[in-house]
Every structure is written in structure tokens, then in C-alpha cells.
Design a protein around this ligand. Sequence first.
Ligand code: PLP
Length: 439
Amino acid sequence: MSHIFPRHTRQLPPRAVSGEGCYLIDETGKRYLDASGGAAVSCLGHGDPEIIGAIKAQLDDLAFAHTGFFTSQPAEELADLLIANAPKGLDRVYLVSGGSEAAEAAIKLARQYWVEKGEPQRGKVIARKQSYHGNTIGALSAGGNEWRRAQFGPLLLDMSHIDACYEYRLRLDGESLEDYGRRAADALEAEILRLGPETVMAFMAEPVVGATAGALTPAPGYFRRIREICDTYGVLLILDEVMCGMGRTGTLFACEQDGVSPDIACIAKGLGAGYQPIGAMLCTGEIYDAVATGSGFFQHGHTYMGHPTAAAAGRAVVGAILERGLLPRVTAQGEKLAERLTDRFGQHPHVGDLRGRGLFRGIELVRDRETKDPFDPSQGVAGKIKKAAFEAGLICYPMAGTIDGRRGDHVLLAPPFIIEDTQLDELVDKLEPAIDAAT
Ligand code: PLP
């Protein structure tokens, strides 16, 4: 018996031994279509020779040099590549090892910015109920997933949570999508005023919500209004693109499609495409300058930040996304996936909503389509779908989310950008019986 501490302790999962394009293969030779890229990570699929080659070449030159002493060429080049393709205003890149680290760094940088600016009373963060920003204490405090937060309550920081823009559940009868988007965004203004604008340092949100609500897309105009509110009260806008960024929705950054630029952005997952653990926090020149001309030191760091081998992987991955025509491909394949999901599940008695952008798609499951009542958590619908799909050779990402303080089930799909039409067919062919069996 192995001494490994697996995530799920009741049953040791199968041992993965190789990966080939959109498939993962276990030690028995069983092939799994990776329709969620793990958790929206493997955007280029598995076994990409160019990315592997870039990592090997970097290892031959230099595997690691601590950022307390050195910078490195791949880290600098990755930063330049990201900024050349980032939303307007973002100017600096702080490289870390994953999404939680990026979110944690973003929260701390926002705080330090206000301290450097001489407004130390700004210490409050507003985030959203349907959100996930990571599993470290700061990021978990910002996230709104009740199930993930529950047992850590006493350790969490006091942050406010407004509802995400959640049309399926929160738009009123007769209300236009635009009006709903405005109303949803105005909840931020109300919360800023309730807390006292001079005390609020940042608002944090995922442009397209991933793990807590299954590819929840914002209403048109929602983020423009959010940007306006943040500007009015001097609140920093942190956009967490850890899951939805790096091309997942058809543009390198999801917020490009909402016409807004954040003050701070977080990316990870698709940045390393699973070939190396890497994440990044991007910030505006103004925020960077406040630190640079102030204390001259960001009071936060991790041993593996700016890791040269990880940066070489990130540089190769971003280059591949941009140069292989993958962004338009995500849009095209995403539409095909959406069509297939509508064909299979549009009338399904337990599918309440189908949504998403690009190759980032969500299926919200309900006990009753009319009342939109979720399944009772004791039924463990998400877990049953995951198990049935996995047995059939399909990796998807079913999860329990947060609906009005209750749990609800949904399935998240985030396949590699290289997915072929026949593999989209295979995906829905395997997913349908898994959902039927679990509901
Ligand atoms: N932010 C978002 C939006 C995420 O979806 C995740 C992970 O799912 C994280 C942050 C945390 O990233 P990681 O698991 O790499 O720490």
C-alpha cells in the first residue's frame, strides 16, 4: 500500500501513466477523454512535443534560480508576452506557481497599494457568493462556495459577498437581460456604500464563474457597470481569470469580451497547460509604481515564484495559443459543443440551464425544471455523474455550487482547445447516460 495522501481517501484513484492529445491513459490501458482538462488546465491536450521540448531545453540551461537573487530570461520573456497581449493598462507580471497563489498575491498587493498611497483605512474586500478563488486562507475567504468554506469558518477573513450575475436564478420575470445586469452590478455600489467607500480596497470577481457555478457568464454591460462603480469609489477591480483566462473563452483574457480592464488580474491553469505549475498576477503600472516609488518591495513572496522552468513552459504555451490559431478554434469548437449540448440536454427534465463561452461550458442540474429546485445535497448528484462518466472513460467536472446559501449541482466542461468534432460527439455520448443515471 502506498503512503500517498490522496485527495479522496476512501478509494485510491487509478494510476495515470500517459497522456495523448485529448486522452489520459491509466495503467490498465483504459483511455479517458479529458473533457474538463482536469480542472480547466490542459488546454493544449497531453503530450505536446513543442511544450515538452521547451521545458527540456530550459532544464538543460537552468532549472531554478531564486528570485531573491536573480531574474531569468524565460520569466522576463513570459512577462513581456503576457503584457503585449493583456487588456489595456496592465503593465507588470508577478509570476507564481498556481491560482491560489495568484489570488492571494492579488489581495495582498491591493492592500499594500492603499498602504503605500497613504490610505491604510482601506482594508475591506468585496467578492461574490458564487465564486472560487483558491484554497489558501485569503483566497478561500474571498470565495463564496459554502461547501468549501464550511469547516474553516473560524479561520476565514471577514469579507463581503454579493451575488454574482446569475441570470438563470436571479433575473426577474419581465426584466431585460441588460436591466438585470445593471441591477446585479448595482449591488456592488450598495455594498460599498454600506461598508463606507473610504474603507473598501478591492472588488474581486471571476469574469466567467467556473468551479462554483459552472461557466456562469455575465449579462451584457454587467462588468462595464462594475468598472464604473469601482472607478467612482476608487475601489480596485481584481479579475480572477485563473479558470476562464488563457484562451478558454475564445480570447486570451475573458474580460476582453466584456470590454473592461482590471487593475489586477490573476491567471494560472491554462498558462502552464498542466506541463508546469505556474500562475501569475498582472497589475497596472500605477499599482506597480506605488510600490516601486514607495517601499520598493512587495511584502509577499513564494520560493518557487518566477521559476525558470515553469516560465519557459508558460512562454511556450502562450506562444502556442496565439500562434497556432487556437483562439478562433476555441470559439468554433465551443459553438459546436454548445449545439451538441442543446441537442442532448435542451429538453432534459433535470437540466435547468446550459451556458458558457468558448470551450467553457456549464450544465446546471435541477430536481424540477419548472420550480428550478436543486437536488437535495444528500443525493450527491454531482458525485454520481463524475463516477459514472469516469467509469465510461470520460473526465468531466461535476460540482456542488452555491445557490441562495443552498447547494446545487452542475457539470463543468473545459476540454482541450485541440478537441476534434468526433471527440465532441464522444463527449456527449458518454455524458448523457452518466447524467441520466445520476438524476
Ligand atoms: N481562481 C479560480 C477562478 C479557480 O477556478 C481556481 C481553481 O480552480 C483558483 C483560483 C485556484 O487555483 P489553484 O487550484 O491553481 O490554486
